[in-house]
Design a protein around this ligand. Structure first.
Ligand SMILES: Cc1cc2nc3c(=O)[nH]c(=O)nc-3n(C[C@H](O)[C@H](O)[C@H](O)COP(=O)(O)OP(=O)(O)OC[C@H]3O[C@@H](n4cnc5c(N)ncnc54)[C@H](O)[C@@H]3O)c2cc1C
Length: 470
């Protein structure tokens, strides 16, 4: 029977557009379908940081010895080997090439914007000029340059299978479209509270603190599409949560260094300026799954916007948590807890009595000595907690940035069933695929690298599969 397309891509974010371009370049006739009125998905909303090793940008900055091998070692160690090694290997091997590909498509990753976005010793976070919007725009431009059909405002509701079980098309409402292979790149399920409860209980457990910052169309459709044809779902309870004091629904990724984080035992437990890639996991691991940001009256009155947010704050486009006016406003709501003594503050917060005073005494001594003897926070961030009244704000990892429970795939983005058998004709990439991202986000850029690398692999594999089915 004549089919409508060689390859259909379901979801046109970073992974889907990469898959469409790659499949078209392999001479497949491609249909790209998206539920939204425009392409881009969460990729277009993102910070546009891309994590890779052995790149031209690193070399330009004098980091000559980083490599895919070193990245893989770091990836596996940080995840304590609880991640699918063959997928991590493929991502590490393909990340630098994916970055070069985006660069060729016109996305600017300037060497001077390279930074350590995880806990790596050699910087691997490549920040796109113009953020994720620039990555999405470059991909969309390439889609439009090719003979790729695009169907927007079209939510795919089912996959079509042949008598032998092979996936051979999609359904959207009453419409069926056939193809030699289908790639599912519908992103994550952050916008679907039911699936969050089912697959990401740590996110759901934060209750009304939880809020999702990605595309509202990312409802986990890829998981149900895949599951309906027998796909395995892996990577339970994985994704990336970001910390928040829950003042307002505004993403403020970086927090000022003068805050002192203590847990319910009354102890410091982390460098307060640690990268968000690891911070949320560390906060979640504390008793009660949260911590308190501590400061004194002098710090409250000196609280100014951090340099990177100052302009947007002054222009009124970015409300900020850690500035005097907001802290005073939140004192009235009770979210900033105040007491005249540290002991009284501990009681109000439910912190173990006694320990807080000792922690603060040590911290203040470190401030006076100009050296953080526990976590080596930068000297300029060390501000003593001396002047009453004292304040504490509960902080939880509750902002849902991305989810990474997803369809089980192999190195070639082929979707697998629970017995490791391929579901012929079905491929997946990006947030829809499970097993690539581990329990620990290895660094800012982990997810976009995953979307681009496995999106391209899925496009190549799907084009090859459709040729086999000719
Ligand atoms: C604010 C923010 C900042 C971030 N910053 C970074 C960063 O700097 N670096 C990083 O690595 N990661 C970052 N992330 C995460 C990263 O952007 C995403 O994980 C990644 O871009 C996901 O790409 P994707 O292609 O898998 O999904 P998406 O880009 O979300 O694309 C999925 C697409 O599928 C479509 N879709 C869904 N269901 C259907 C359906 N049934 N039928 C048809 N279409 C459907 C959606 O409309 C959407 O267009 C950030 C995320 C957010 C929200």
């Amino acid at each position: 029977m004549e089919r409508d397309y060689d390859v259909i891509i379901v979801g046109g974010g970073g992974a889907g557009m990469s898959a469409a371009i790659t499949a078209a370049d392999a001479h497949a006739r491609v249909l790209l379908v998206d539920a939204d009125k425009k392409l881009g998905g969460s990729t277009a909303l993102s910070g546009g940081v891309y994590y890779a090793a052995g790149t031209a940008q690193q070399r330009a900055r004098g980091y000559l010895n980083d490599s895919a091998d070193a990245l893989f070692e770091y990836y596996m160690t940080l995840n304590q080997y609880r991640v699918e090694a063959s997928l991590a290997r493929r991502l590490c091997d393909g990340a630098a090439d994916g970055l070069a590909w985006l660069t060729d498509l016109g996305v600017e990753f300037r060497p001077e914007d390279l930074y350590a976005s995880g806990v790596e010793s050699v910087p691997r976070g490549h920040a796109a000029l113009g953020n994720g919007a620039a990555i999405a725009a470059a991909l969309e431009r390439e889609v439009s340059r090719r003979a790729i059909d695009v169907a927007l405002n079209t939510r795919v509701s089912g996959l079509v299978t042949a008598a032998d079980g092979r996936v051979c098309g999609i359904r959207s409402g009453e419409t069926t479209v056939t193809a030699g292979a289908v790639v599912v790149t519908t992103g994550g399920f952050g916008a679907n509270p039911y699936l969050l409860h089912q697959h990401y209980p740590d996110a759901a457990a934060t209750g009304d603190w939880a809020w999702y910052i990605g595309s509202s169309h990312c409802q986990g459709d890829g998981l149900s599409l895949g599951a309906a044809v027998g796909a395995d779902i892996v990577g339970h309870n994985r994704g990336l949560l970001l910390t928040t004091p829950n003042f307002h629904r505004q993403l403020e990724v970086f927090v000022p260094g003068w805050l002192v984080y203590v847990n319910r035992e009354g102890r410091r437990f982390v460098k307060e300026t640690a990268e968000y890639a690891v911070m949320s996991g560390v906060v979640q691991a504390q008793t009660g799954g949260s911590c308190f940001a501590l400061f004194d009256d002098a710090a409250k009155h000196a609280a100014r916007p951090m340099a990177k947010y100052a302009d947007a704050f002054a222009a009124g486009v970015l409300p900020l948590n850690w500035v005097t006016s907001e802290l005073e406003a939140q004192e009235r709501t009770g979210k900033v807890i105040r007491a005249d003594t540290l002991d009284a503050l501990a009681v109000r917060c439910g912190i173990r009595p006694g320990a807080l005073e000792a922690t603060v005494a040590r911290y203040n001594a470190d401030c006076e000595a100009g050296q953080d003897s526990m976590f080596f926070k930068a000297a300029e961030d060390l501000k003593p907690v001396l002047t009453p009244p004292f304040y504490a704000v509960e902080v939880r990892a509750a902002i849902i940035c991305l989810t990474s429970t997803g369809l089980r795939i192999d190195r070639d983005a082929q979707v697998l069933d629970p017995r490791d058998h391929p579901i012929r004709g079905l491929f997946a990439g990006g947030e829809t695929a499970g097993g690539v991202l581990g329990e620990r986000y290895v660094g800012g850029g982990n997810s976009i690298a995953n979307a681009i690398v496995f999106g391209r692999i899925a496009g190549t594999s799907a084009a090859a599969e459709s040729r086999r089915n000719d």
